[in-house]
Design a protein around this ligand. Structure first.
Ligand code: DLZ
Length: 512
């Protein structure tokens, strides 16, 4: 009973449930580079290259294990995954198609019709690479008024016995060391230089093919240096544990001029395509702390992202889709400015975050949340357009992780389902966290007039326009009170200036 096993470009793991009891010599594997997946948004070329190069290397590993692997490169001209399966089934008979569930709702819906259209039994297995199953998340969510990450995270720590004292209490007496992890960047600590992965002939062929097939997509492929195998990704992670983890915690929220990586692990893309396994990483970081190689705050900060946040956003995604993607609680609808595609803006923090996003397919979370996302929130950019942009430009962006992070966390468009207050901030926050402002032509100390940091007036405009929505939110009370005590003429001066900024920065918008 020969089975055909379809492996998607973000399921490149030997733990893929569809491969778990596959038998070389009997079952066959299909991987396909197809136009639909490569073009449903204008993906960064780094993302396409990473996925294709990792797919080709993974196919090699499976072939070495003795599997017959059907690999369809982009040049084969297949339009969709369904077309790739259909073409393979025309050549050979299979008792059924096996695959791991896809990470995006779009594809999950399309697959619902496969059995009928392909005339073949289709088994879609739950993605066991995540630490929180769909049933576990549903159990946790049942009956709760609010689905807050902090509560979820504690349960995951208990479920997996991570960072616990022998009596089950949290290591060190606290669940969360966020307060120790907010230091701003003052240029006093050396940032370790990253090791670049050397691209082999397989990867170089992918880089050429992607450059030729996607001439207009963002991404400077001359700087492609991502790991494309599980072994390379693990080596990068080992490097992180040794060289960056000790300072990861304290500078987790920092912004450093000209430094795209800082002390970040830079492993989200490897996790999200299956090259790394989340629990093993958490255990390795816990072990580093237990051996005295890093502080508890650093280890806890890392583990919260992987065991807590990552699993939580995936749970939120499947819990609320498909409606989640349509939400726009604050009615944001301004058009996306062109500088999102060319980084051509004078705001230094924003232009650096956009430039490295477009060139490298990567920005760290404070750039994504508090620089780019914050701008989109304050300028009330169209939620759907911003979400599509995030899905396109980042190497690690798949909708299950991108949508809750962008729509819920950055844009507050889910009405507070994920975050108890909007992540809106003025230029003063950006100044506190980093060193961009000293070299920027705008000053965070001023709110109106030439040379004032645009984040300031846009921040107050945002607060002013949404006062009613935030009225009953105790976490917004202080900010609202600060705004109101300014008096009408001071308020109007700020609002007039903000409208002028909107016209300048967001062409095509009607600021009122
Ligand atoms: C992101 C991506 C790209 C660019 N190309 C492919 C592809 O050609 N073939 C494939 O199997 N997967 C690709 N992927 C990853 C899929 O888009 C991903 O599996 C779905 O979005 C579900 O998460």
């Amino acid at each position: 009973d020969r089975r055909l096993i379809l492996v998607l470009g973000d399921q490149l793991s030997r733990d893929n449930p569809a491969l778990r009891d596959a038998v070389p010599g009997r079952d066959e594997v299909l991987l396909a580079e197809v136009r639909e997946e490569a073009a449903y948004v204008p993906h960064n070329r780094h993302k396409i290259a990473l996925v294709f190069a990792a797919m080709r290397h993974f196919a090699d590993t499976l072939a070495q294990e003795g599997f017959q692997v059907h690999y369809r490169p982009l040049e084969a001209g297949l339009d969709s995954l369904e077309a790739a399966v259909a073409a393979t089934c025309r050549r050979r008979r299979y008792a059924g198609l096996w695959l791991c569930e896809p990470g995006e709702y779009r594809l999950r819906t399309a697959m619902a019709g496969w059995r009928h259209r392909l005339g073949l039994p289709v088994a879609i297995l739950e993605d066991s690479r995540f630490l929180c199953s769909h049933a576990r998340f549903r159990d946790w969510a049942r009956g709760r008024k609010q689905l807050r990450m902090e509560h979820f995270y504690r349960e995951m720590r208990r479920d997996y016995g991570v960072l616990l004292e022998p009596d089950g209490s949290p290591a060190g007496g606290q669940w969360n060391y966020d307060r120790d992890n907010r230091e701003g960047w003052r240029d006093k600590v050396a940032i370790p230089p990253r090791r670049a992965v050397r691209n082999d002939a397989r990867t170089r062929a992918v880089l050429e093919a992607v450059a030729a097939a996607f001439p207009n997509n963002p991404g400077d492929l001359s700087r492609f240096a991502f790991a494309v195998t599980a072994g390379q990704a693990l080596a990068e992670f080992d490097w992180f544990c040794e060289h960056a983890l000790p300072d990861f915690g304290r500078f987790q929220d920092a912004l450093a001029d000209g430094e795209p990586w800082l002390f970040h692990a830079r492993i989200s893309m490897y996790l999200n395509i299956g090259l790394l396994e989340p629990l093993a990483l958490c255990r390795q970081v816990e072990e580093a702390w237990r051996r005295g190689r890093c502080s508890l705050a650093a280890a806890e900060g890392f583990i919260r992202q992987v065991l807590g946040w990552r699993e939580y956003v995936r749970g939120i995604y499947w819990h609320y889709m498909p409606g989640y993607g349509e939400r726009n609680a604050l009615g944001a609808k301004a058009p996306l400015p062109d500088f999102f595609w060319d980084a051509d803006t004078d705001l230094r923090c924003l232009s650096q975050a956009l430039r490295q996003t477009l060139d490298l397919g990567y920005a760290h979370h404070i750039q994504r949340l508090m620089v780019i996302g914050n701008f989109a929130l304050l300028a009330e950019l169209d939620v759907g357009a911003v979400c599509d942009w995030y899905l396109a430009v980042y190497v690690d962006a798949f909708e299950w992780v991108e949508l809750p992070n962008t729509l819920g966390m950055a844009l507050h468009a889910d009405g507070g389902l994920m975050a108890s207050k909007p992540y809106a901030a003025s230029g003063k926050y950006i100044q506190r966290q980093g060193n961009h402002c000293a070299q920027c032509r705008f000053s965070p100390a001023r709110t109106t007039g030439e040379g004032a940091c645009p984040y300031n007036a846009l921040y107050w405009r945002f607060i002013h326009r949404h006062q009613r929505a935030f009225e009953d939110n105790p976490r917004m009370a202080l900010v609202l009170a600060n705004w109101r005590k300014r008096g009408t003429s001071a308020q109007n001066a700020i609002l007039d200036w903000a409208d002028r900024l909107m016209r300048e920065l967001v062409p095509g918008v009607d600021p009122r």
